[in-house]
Design a protein around this ligand. Sequence first.
Ligand code: C2E
Ligand code: CA
Ligand code: CA
Length: 746
Amino acid sequence: MDESKLKNRLMRITAITIISSIVISFVGISLIAYVGSAAHKADYIQMQGETKEYKDRISKQIDKNFHILNSFSKTLEVTNSINSNSELLEKVITDVNAENDFISLSYIRKDGSSITNILGSGTKTDVILDDLNIYAQIAIRQAFNGRNAVSKMYDSQYYDGKLFLYAVPVYYNNEIIGAIAANDTIEIFTDIANGNYVMDGKGYIHIISSRADFLVRSERTLIKGQYDNIYESPYLSEETKQKVKKALVNNESIFGKFKYLDNTYYFYMEPLDLNGWYLFCANKIWSYSLSIGNIYGIIGVVLVIILILFNALLYFGYNQIRGNIKKLIRLAYWDPVTGAENETKFDQNFAELQKNQKKYSTIALNIHNFKNINDLFGKVQGDNVLCFIKRIIENSLKEGEFFCRSSADTFFIVLLDTDEEEISKRLNKIITVVKEASVMYGNYSYELSLYSGVAVLGDREKALLALQSIKNAHQNIIAFYNKELHNEIRQKNSIESNMHLALKNKEFKLFLQPKFNLKNDDLIGAEALVRWQNPDGSYRFPNEFIPLFESNGFCLKLDMYMIEEVCKQIRSWIDSGVEPIPISVNQSKLLFSDRNYPNNLEKIINKYNVPASLIILEILEGVAANDMDFLNQQIETLHKKGFKVSMDDFGSGYSSLNMLYQLKIDELKLDRGFLRKVSQDNNERRQIILEQIISFAKNLGIDTVAEGVETKEDRDNLSALGCDYGQGYFYEKPINAKDFSIKYMS
Ligand code: C2E
Ligand code: CA
Ligand code: CA
């Protein structure tokens, strides 16, 4: 994951968080709003219910009072008491009042004279209609006009508190002759005004007039301050006041709200059907009165705070981990030694490139013998070389091209070119610049030689295959991946997949090439050489498969198999009464590094009861390069068991006479390269060297064998130089063991 991806991911997390917190908040808000509105509804219903109940109670009391007064009026008419003497009338009134507990009960004649019984104070006859409170007069006159009437509330001189007056007409001979009037408090009003019962104590009720004057103002009112009229209070909005006015005119009930000390409260007004009066019920509990707008507001603020906090946290966390992640990204994508990108990053870039680039090549670049640089100059200097090469590559890239350091000294490069000539030109430039800057260490200098494999429109793997194809060919520095290379690889794969079965099926055949004494052409031994016989009878030669077996380790098995084949052959000679000759067997480098190797060998020769002295083990000079001491130990062990050891291909690589002196070998095989003439001048020098080597070996008691003796001239020349034995086409090619036995061993 690179940094931009990380950023994207964090952005996504942030976006998701913001969106989800908005969603959650809206769900929350809606839920709270729903609960809130449900609570409002419940409140409204309660308010309305209770208000109506109070209204009911008031109506019932009024109805009851009218009923009493009407019955009384009827009694007067029927008993004709009005026309009897005043004393009787006074008594009747006193009795009726004693029964019903009105504050006062009067009979008022149409002329305005009256008889009044005041509860607890006796009867008065001197009060006339015009002396009464105006509201009382109005009600009484309504009764004179044939209606049951209730007065508005007024203060009475007889009573401490507000009173109503009820009045009903009194008939005689179908004519209204007066009115019965009673004063009463409506005790429920006192309950309403002072009681703790409204809305379970959470509310209060006022009684207001049709002009919105307070008639009874509850002591439990929320709003402090004396207002005579609800329009006077500043707590109702203009809009609400208009709504209230309209409702009062139409005698309708109304819900509304008012604001007090920054909180919103609700009220309900219900007409009383009495003088246009209203019950005004209000709720005192603020929490239930919270408006939906307020809820949204509060939650919005909380949400914003949460979001700010969360994003601050996210940002802080991002910055905190960004440092670490940068480091991780460095580790994941960058090569710590050179600072170049690594394979992982390269592969990402490559995948990206393939999506939109049609013209590219992948190059694998390697340093010849980089191990030597590390060994000779140390790891630090080795790293410096890698950094240097990295810079050279970096500077030679064009826009859109990229590279990485893979393992050790391998670099991969992508060039946006497909023309082989152009690619070669660019690579040659890199290789030349690197070559010219050879590593200096003290007085030593070491030439840096690079080689490369190119896969036009191919990937790393193909580039690497092309590279490997020239690994050991120093003269070739650029190899292009192609079909043949691919076939070679396919063949290699086919060999690898078939080798085990081939061994089992005994497809590996023993061929023998005789060795002769150069002095008298006597047969002195033979070299065992392997041939792989295909099922169709054709042969594969060792150079096709031995290098591969060396690298994949199969040589370990094959060489032991060949030892066994050789032992079988020797045994068969012995068994048929033929004097056996020593056989040289080629041994892979790998075998010599195995501590059990001498014992394993011994087991095989013992199995066939073959003397160890008939087995000559041919090792390649490269074996010595690894661990001279260990090699000498192995040779010593082998000697003890009776085996002989020969050094093969001497003079082909980095052989040194010093090595001859150090290694306790029995035989030296001179590489056939010594015998091939290049030029006259060269030839003379080679003669001198050959002579020196032969004499040096002789002095050390080491036999010398010349390989590749192809002509009589070769033989004579070698013989003259003192070389002991010869092997080559001049004498015989390698032939199969059966033919060999017939020709030489019978
Ligand atoms: P080598 O050990 O140097 O074997 C000698 C090679 O030179 C043989 O090639 C042989 O056929 C060839 N030769 C012989 N006389 C002449 C001559 O006069 N002129 C020329 N030009 N060549 C001559 P071959 O059999 O193809 O073997 C090639 C290499 O394969 C051997 O080189 C040896 O290193 C390896 N090899 C062969 N058999 C085995 C084996 O069983 N085990 C192992 N580990 N390596 C083997
Ligand atoms: Ca050999
Ligand atoms: Ca050889």
